[in-house]
Design a protein around this ligand. Structure first.
Ligand SMILES: NC(=O)c1ccc[n+]([C@@H]2O[C@H](COP(=O)([O-])OP(=O)(O)OC[C@H]3O[C@@H](n4cnc5c(N)ncnc54)[C@H](OP(=O)(O)O)[C@@H]3O)[C@@H](O)[C@H]2O)c1
Length: 348
């Protein structure tokens, strides 16, 4: 299944959002078939706005006016809510950690779950458990038919370079509270599939990237600022965020009622941090220093099932390295949202 059209380098943020939210023909066809409406929970973060816009652009191309896309988030950044509204996405500002918020949500057959709690500096005890595990149970009130839930490749074991990357069949070995509670959320969703009949897709994502955040932005920032690049986690996977969102939307139709289906979602390349940094340094014209001994194990996943089903990502890792360096050279804006890809303890 061909998923993509050639994408050209974006000259500014507006063009970047256009590239990130451009639907392929299959996404447009998908939205000409779906009935009922889509609720996107946690839509205000790094990935949600472009996902909602991709869905909305598909509906426009399919000349559909009868299918609402409803983006729910706290919208800590009000500009995000305004952007979505300008493009015809319905928005609902709500703190889903408050039980009463759930009563305001519309009951729609399709749900994409994007909520997640990863970074914890001064949280009260148990925050990971409440946010990542308990909250998802509230979905039962909405009784959706199909749920696509973002999960994480962090549930897999750290692997040595000679070991094969984790497939969906690899036994999980979550390290640290974030990974353990993401695994816990998967388990609650499996329970909902089995007991409430929902079709559930669990997307184990490894590092979505675009030009304002992600592992390549982290590396480029370190290199530009002359900071040593950590090699504690020597390998990683990454994937163009536009592809990750396209796959999430496509999965809405793939899930079967009453079943939970795990899918790895990342790019095809198993990448060495050292090589990525050297290549970025070369393109940025900056020397690269490394801070630590190379670590022995990494989180790497095999997403060949995803690529077989939906085609490969439209942009490969080295093209993204090139785009990231060019983005920095034109002074494109970046967000201060480090991935902390170098953490080995599972404590973020
Ligand atoms: N990006 C990646 O590379 C990556 C990799 C692996 C897994 N994932 C997972 O994929 C999902 C989407 O990724 P992302 O990068 O877009 O995550 P994100 O930036 O953390 O976005 C999630 C959004 O959910 C909203 N939210 C959090 N708690 C909420 C609450 N109590 N009530 C209402 N809204 C709430 C926040 O929106 P506001 O800003 O509106 O407050 C937040 O920005 C997350 O679960 C993430 O953990 C992402």
């Amino acid at each position: 299944m061909s998923f993509w059209q050639p994408l050209t380098f974006p000259a500014n943020e507006e063009e970047l959002l256009e590239r990130l939210s451009r639907p392929g023909p299959q996404t447009v066809e998908l939205f000409s078939r779906l009935e009922g409406g889509l609720l996107v929970l946690g839509a205000g973060g790094k990935m949600g706005p472009a996902l909602c816009l991709m869905a909305q652009r598909s509906l426009q191309k399919a000349a559909r006016r009868d299918f609402p896309v409803v983006a729910v988030s706290r919208f800590s950044n009000p500009g995000v809510q305004q952007l979505l509204q300008r493009h015809g996405v319905q928005t609902l500002q709500a703190d889903l950690a408050q039980r009463r918020s759930w009563a305001q949500l519309p009951r729609l057959p399709y749900v994409i779950w994007m909520l997640g709690h990863k970074f914890s500096a001064s949280d009260p005890p148990g925050t990971y458990w409440v946010r990542n595990v308990c909250l998802v149970r509230e979905l039962e009130q909405l009784a959706p038919c199909r749920v696509v839930a973002f999960s994480s490749g962090n549930v897999y074991p750290f692997l040595a370079p000679e070991e094969p990357a984790a497939t969906e069949q690899t036994p999980v070995a979550p390290r640290g509270e974030y990974a353990i509670t993401v695994w816990g959320r998967e388990q609650v969703l499996r329970h909902l599939a089995a007991t409430a009949g929902m079709g559930v897709c669990l997307l184990r994502l490894n590092y979505a990237v675009e030009l304002r955040y992600g592992v390549l932005v982290d590396l480029a920032q370190m290199i530009r600022q002359g900071q040593p690049v950590p090699l504690s986690v020597p390998e990683l996977n990454l994937v163009w965020q536009g592809y990750a969102n396209r796959v999430a939307l496509a999965c809405l139709e793939q899930v079967q009622p009453g079943r939970a289906w795990v899918l790895n979602l990342t790019g095809p390349e198993r990448l060495q941090v050292r090589q990525l940094a050297l290549e970025l340094g070369r393109r940025l014209g900056c020397p690269v220093n490394f801070s630590s001994q190379q670590g022995a194990r990494s989180l790497v996943a095999d997403a060949s099932q995803c690529h077989r089903l939906f085609g490969p990502p439209e942009l490969g890792a080295w093209e993204l390295v090139d785009w990231t360096a060019r983005w920095f050279q034109i002074g494109g804006p970046v967000w201060n949202k480090p991935t902390k890809f170098w953490v080995t303890t599972g404590e973020f």
